[in-house]
Every structure is written in C-alpha cells, then in structure tokens.
Design a protein around this ligand. Structure first.
Ligand code: FBP
Length: 246
C-alpha cells in the first residue's frame, strides 16, 4: 500500500475472535482456520488477520493459499476483568518470519493502561516501518474514563490518535452515523480508516451499513463474524466486494 494513498480500497477478513471471544462464536465449519483461508482466497481479500498461533500452525496452508497475512501482535480473552489491556504476544520479527505483510495491535483508548499500550505500539511501529511493512492500529475506546462521552466524538478521537501515533491504517468501530464517520475519516488525515464488522446482523442490514461506511469515505472494512458466520460466506463476500470496490 502506498503511504498516504487514501484511494486504495481495502477488504480484510478478521479471525482473531477465537482468542478475543472464545470458540462460542464458531460452528463446525468456521472453527477450522483452513476454511477461513478458503473464504479469504476465493473472496480475494487484501489480507487475513490471525494471531501468531494460527499463523504458525497453518503456515503451509497460508503459503499455499497466497492470501496476504496480517498478524495481530497483542490480544486478550473476554474472561479478563478490569481496566482493559492487551499486551504484546508476538514480535514484529516473528511476524515477518511467518510471512506477514502487515501487523496489527489494539489500543484501548481511555483505559488506565492506555500509555502502556501506546508505548508498546510505538516500538512495534518503529520496527515494522524499519522493515517496510504496514501497521494497523485497532483503536477501541474502553474503560471507566469514557463513560458519558459521545460515541461519535470517541470514534474521531480514535482515528486522530492513530494518525498522531503514525499508524498506516486504523481499524475502528462504527457508531452507525455516516456524518460522524465522514468527520472521523477527515480527522485520520493520511491514515486510512477501516471499519470493524461487529456482531452478526441480518445480511441486508450489514450490506446497507457497508454502503454507508464506504459512502463516508472509509478505505474499507475488516470483517469477521458477518462473513464467516453467514451460511453463505462466499456469496456475501461477493456482495461486500461489489460495494467496497464497486
Ligand atoms: P468482527 O468483524 O467479527 O466484529 O471482528 C472485528 C474485531 O476487531 C476482531 O478483530 C476482534 O476479535 C473483535 O472485533 C474484538 O471485538 P471486541 O473487542 O468488541 O470484543
């Protein structure tokens, strides 16, 4: 991806929910990372997002599929309680070794541990850029401090934080308001905005949301559950592609 080129559209397939939410979200088919790779390959996704463990264990399948690999460098389970923090679990060096074309890292904006995550992110970013790979910042406002703050404002704050920190791409959650997202994209400057898919919704509603997201100037989406929980992941991918690249 050319730095600062906001015109290139992006479609990523996220599959780190096994760690973040647990296998409760999977069925007999989508529990298998090899099936996810099939969706990503056939759907010509710009990248599939895995944690290090899956990237290691399915190295052969990933290589064979030729799907660009993005490794999420930090994470946590949803059993953890307290102020949100996700620490680094994989290094940039390991990700490069596994063939990653980009790395991702979550910062819980507003958390009592925000500064720790920002500092870890900064080190990762420096190493990634030295090695000429992109860094995607998942920026999710969370924790006690954000209570009472407007979602739209926080979304724009997340985007601006990503720009200030030097992320190439920011992945954030959409508040459902296209006007707020338009402003968010502006605040991100040369950092590209991709929107997370969120909890599984009716296909029609989800596609409408993707239209709004793209209409607001976002670079694309990084979707998980709304694709691999869909009974027809290949079909819904085609529809999403038509909106994102169409
Ligand atoms: P979905 O499209 O399934 O929502 O995935 C996007 C994502 O950012 C994943 O990468 C991650 O596992 C999950 O959402 C985290 O969601 P949350 O922190 O809200 O539980």
């Amino acid at each position: 991806m050319k730095k600062g080129d906001k015109s290139k559209k992006l479609l990523y397939l996220a599959y780190d929910q096994g760690l973040e939410h647990g296998p409760i979200e999977f069925n007999d088919k989508n529990v298998d990372p090899a099936f996810i790779l099939k969706i990503a390959k056939r759907g010509k996704y710009n990248g599939v997002i895995f944690q290090k463990g899956i990237a290691e264990k399915y190295k052969k399948e990933i290589k064979r599929s030729k799907v660009p690999l993005i490794i999420k460098l930090n994470g946590k389970t949803n059993l953890y309680m307290g102020e949100p923090i996700a620490r680094q679990l994989c290094t940039v060096k390991e990700a490069l070794h596994l063939g990653a074309i980009a790395v991702g890292y979550t910062i819980y904006l507003g958390s009592a541990y925000e500064s720790e995550m920002m500092q870890e992110f900064e080190k990762i970013e420096r190493e990634a850029h030295e090695n000429r790979i992109n860094v995607i910042a998942w920026i999710y406002p969370r924790g006690k401090s954000i209570k009472g703050r407007k979602e739209g404002e926080l979304m724009a704050y997340a985007a601006r934080t990503a720009l200030e920190l030097g992320a190439d791409i920011v992945k954030l959650k959409y508040n459902g308001n296209p006007k707020d997202l338009r402003w968010t994209v502006k605040t991100a400057g040369k950092t590209k905005v991709v929107v997370a898919g969120g909890i599984k919704m009716r296909e029609k509603e989800f596609l409408k949301e993707v239209k709004d997201i793209m209409g607001s100037g976002a670079a694309g989406i990084a979707v998980g559950r709304n694709v691999w929980q869909n009974p027809n992941p290949f079909e819904v991918t085609k529809k999403i592609r038509n909106i994102v690249f169409g």
